[in-house]
Write a protein of this length. Sequence first.
Length: 301
Amino acid sequence: MLAFRLTGLSDSRLPLYLYCIGTHEQKVQLRPEGFPVHQLFLSRSAGGELKIPGKGSWSVGEGQLWVMEPGIAHEFYPRSRTDGELGYIGIGGESAGSVLQSAGLLHRGPRDLSDFEQFWSRTTDLWHALDDGKAGVWNTSPIVYQLILDMARSVSTLEETDVSGVESLSLTPYYRESDPGSEAFTRALALMHAHYQDDLLLKHVAEAVGYSVQHLNRLFHQRHGVTGHQYMQRLRLQKASDWLDEHPRASVREAAETVGMEVNYFIRMFKREFGETPGRGIKQRNQLKGESIDTGAAPTL
């Protein structure tokens, strides 16, 4: 698996650029706030179900591509947790939406890609080029543009019955990213809040905003009294706690998956942060809800 990888600072002169790239095992993904940029997803070896709350669901099969627009809440449930990989490519820039639209890749459900392995190989090659320091924002921009064009040519034509209702994938106006010239530390915080569910390394945040890890950690100590890693961990735990408040009947495993943490580590860190295990908190919330019903309080609809 290839870890979540952010690129360097975006450049306002680039109408389309690579924002992030990576692969991971197919796992439950819950993104109630959507993603900051357009994403291309590549489903390899297995599939699952893509859901957009309140709008519908789509079956995802092996060797398929789908595109998710920015800011769209979505969920993905794999058929298997032991088989399959999911690749993703985040694309930013003011022209990202129009390029994907012109290529015929927007407003569609999952679609078959001919020669899927070729696209998977190109994705992993691009990741390695970034990780080895052999590629940057400027020279990856034309690579991503060519990749989109080649995918458009390779996408199989779907029967009308297979794509009925997929226009609902376009739910919000195009989301414009924050000013790339904004203060670097503010951008680092924004990246961490946008990607708390991802396997985001502090060194990649530092690279993306033009800082060294040491300098970024100094700023976190000055402003928040913790390291960048500690800040991210507390952010994930707080997000999980908030999510459990909103979903009192959810399991501890679901809460851990919501913030991208391994369940045993999540339980240990949650107790350290809040003084109780998440399971105890769930039990107490359910008891309070039961007492509310016993006393005749009207249920919340």
